[in-house]
Design a protein around this ligand. Structure first.
Ligand code: BG6
Length: 301
């Protein structure tokens, strides 16, 4: 697909419509409108920053204070965490480099029903200890739901050990009215308590302080109930054995320069991936697929 940027590269019908334009910070961005929804995807990090069903509030949180600049991660939407999660001692920087690379748009397809799918590719890595030769693609499908898939092909002759994560920021009306279900009985590493291993005992997780947990060995989806917005969000996943739940709460929100002091009330991260003890060991020639499907519905509360 041509990479020429234009402000009017629209299809003739009003839906679906795909526009390639300069987004915030003059970073190239795709604006997609389908019969059901709208979405925005930056080539910077292949980051989906917006998804909204026409009759609903935005599904994804994007910080008012986010940076939109080369070399800086965008705070919100779905940052792609790859090839490592967090800040291991032997790795440079936090959460890998996929989220700060400028990806290339490789393909765009429109289905007869109006579904739009795009495929982006991460620039080649120079073979390094962190990342051997591999091809990394990210597919985004926009319709009544938002479906994303990270595909890694190990083209090298050595095993590639990596972590991946769809670091999804969900928008909520008020964190005090949010509960998260689907993790009862699952073991997690509590990053707020030096990675202590614990077991989730709650049917529904409520967030009343800083939460930063890596749930392990869980391939189940998760639901987020937002009683204030009267909305239920469903997070379905494939090829993901970890779920991370994160809310920075008051002190950490204040400490982050690219995050508003009060914004912790309007977001929760529920992330699907393979991290820590669930990291991936990919043999030469093999492909790994991490898929997430995000959907929502109004609830009667
Ligand atoms: C979460 C981690 O996934 O991402 C947290 O579990 C981390 O520990 C958070 O603070 C945000 O990371 P960053 O690098 O985007 O500020």
């Amino acid at each position: 697909m041509a990479q020429t940027r234009t402000k009017s590269a629209e299809s003739k019908a009003s839906f679906p419509r795909v526009t390639f334009l300069d987004g915030r910070g003059d970073l190239p961005m795709l604006e997609i409108t389908t019969p059901w929804s709208s979405a925005e995807i930056y080539l910077h990090g292949a980051q989906v920053t917006h998804f909204k069903k026409h009759d609903e509030a935005p599904l994804l949180f994007l910080s008012q204070c986010s940076r939109f600049a080369a070399g800086q991660p965008i705070r919100g939407g779905i940052p792609i965490i790859f090839p490592w999660f967090g800040k291991p001692a032997d790795k440079p920087g936090q959460h890998g480099f996929a989220r700060v690379r400028d990806w290339e748009l490789k393909e765009m397809a429109v289905s007869p029903d109006g579904t739009v799918t795009v495929r982006l590719r991460m620039p080649e890595c120079a073979d390094s200890p962190e990342c051997p030769a591999c091809t990394v693609d990210f597919m985004v499908t926009v319709n009544v739901a938002l479906t994303v898939e990270l595909v890694v092909l190990n083209r090298s002759s050595r095993e590639f050990i990596f972590e991946n994560c769809l670091h999804t920021y969900f928008a909520v009306a008020d964190i005090g009215a949010v509960s998260i279900t689907g993790l009862k009985g699952v073991d997690y590493l509590d990053q707020v308590e030096a990675f202590a291993r614990k077991t989730e005992t709650n049917d529904a997780i409520r967030i009343t302080s800083e939460v930063d947990r890596i749930y392990l060995d869980t391939s189940h989806g998760v639901e987020i109930q937002d009683a204030s917005l009267k909305r239920m969000i469903r997070v379905e996943k494939e090829g993901a054995n970890s779920t991370v739940v994160w809310n920075p709460w008051i002190a950490k929100a204040r400490a982050m320069q690219d995050f508003g002091d009060e914004e912790y009330r309007q977001m929760v991260c529920v992330e699907s991936g393979n991290v820590a003890l669930n990291k991936i060991k990919l043999a030469p020639g093999q492909t790994s697929r991490l898929k997430g499907k995000l959907s929502s519905a109004a609830t009667v509360v």
